[in-house]
Design a protein around this ligand. Structure first.
Ligand code: MG
Length: 366
């Protein structure tokens, strides 16, 4: 299990990609140091603070106070909640607001929010004045472990933040269900490549949920794992595909539920990982007991682990197979899946028989 650097009240995970290096600083209560950290990074910079309405209700006042205490002038840009803000209309408004606030090159955009805000603010920062730097302050567990590492592919261009501040206390205000969904991606890092971390999660998950020191540690392990995979993948090892563990089955289920509240992304990933483990057991790649251990942990934290757990049900096998085929190109009846040879031993299988997947899915509905 990787041991991230720890200094004082925070853990620092360095990310070095595309010749641009930045730090992810992880710790409880870090939002209060936002202004001081930005001032240390770029003295004299002004800030456009991009957030959404629900994050604003909980955390905007604290963020603005932190900036003000460091003497930093900030323009506030608030967009509506939810996936609906992932639109060109909202993107255009954010860009216009950044320009109207007279944010110049050398100034900073700060993204205070979850994945949608991180993408939106990052994309806007990349687009205005031929590219502004941005700082990410992720406010969901999913964004802290996932979207803050590795940059966004924006029409072929990667735009990395110059700093990520992951305040683990911000997750205290998340609805439990949303926190649990994010936890599926935390468990994913153990299941795909770090058996010791998975065993540690089995013992310490309650403290991760309760916001104790284990939360900071778990987030740091995930960020470091992803940073390592993404950096190695620049040498085209294909390792990055392992991050899709659970995502092929998961996306099909998510799409089958119409990307609605019936099944959150992380819930779909939890189900997808269980299916990937069970399918691997069916192919005798791992022992059934090992697959059961993966399922048992996800069930213990309250994540769905059977297709029958999905409220309102899901479409049948035919539609799920169509959705899988849309997601992954089928080549001569063969599909690519991330399968496992054990907990922490995921691999890319690109010769999976579509008929075998269909038979396996049919068993899930019995
Ligand atoms: Mg995901």
């Amino acid at each position: 299990m990787t041991a991230p650097l720890r200094s004082g009240e925070s853990t620092v995970v360095p990310v070095a990609l595309n010749e641009r290096a930045y730090d992810i600083v992880i710790g409880r209560g870090l939002l209060a140091s936002l202004g001081a950290r930005i001032k240390a990074l770029r003295a004299g910079a002004r800030v456009a603070l991009v957030t959404d309405e629900s994050v604003a209700r909980h955390h905007l006042a604290a963020a603005e106070a932190a900036l003000k205490s460091a003497g930093i002038e900030a323009a506030r840009i608030t967009v509506p909640d939810g996936e609906g803000s992932k639109s060109y209309g909202t993107f255009e408004k954010v860009c216009e607001a950044i320009v109207a606030a007279r944010i110049e090159r050398g100034d900073l955009v700060v993204a205070l929010g979850g994945g949608v805000i991180g993408d939106l603010a990052g994309f806007a920062a990349a687009s205005v004045r031929r590219g502004l730097d941005y700082v990410q302050v992720p406010t969901t567990l999913l964004a802290q472990v996932d979207s803050s590492v590795g940059g966004k592919n924006l029409v072929g261009a990667f735009h990395q933040p110059v700093m990520v501040i992951a305040d683990t206390a911000l997750l205290d205000t998340l609805p439990k269900r949303q926190f649990r969904a994010g936890y599926a991606e935390v468990a994913k890092y153990g299941l795909l490549g770090d058996a010791a971390f998975f065993a540690w999660l089995e013992k310490n998950w309650q403290d991760v949920f309760n916001g104790g020191p284990a939360r900071e540690h778990a987030i740091a392990v995930c960020c470091r794992a992803k940073a390592g995979i993404v950096a190695r993948d620049e040498r085209e090892t294909g390792e990055r595909a392992l991050l899709n563990l659970g995502h092929t089955f998961g996306h099909a289920l998510e799409a089958g539920c119409g990307f609605s509240d019936r099944l959150l992304h992380g819930e779909a990933v939890a189900l997808g990982m269980v299916l990937a483990f069970d399918f691997s057991a069916r192919k005798r790649l791992i022992a059934a007991a090992e697959a059961e251990r993966a399922r048992a942990h996800l069930a213990a934290v309250g994540l769905p682990t059977h297709i029958k757990d999905i409220a309102g049900g899901v479409p049948g096998v035919d539609e799920l197979m169509d959705l899988i085929a849309q997601d992954k190109k089928v080549k001569r009846g063969k599909l690519t899946f991330i399968l496992v040879r054990g907990i922490g031993q995921a691999f890319i299988a690109n010769d999976v028989d579509a008929a075998e997947v269909r038979a396996f899915l049919a068993e899930q509905f019995k």
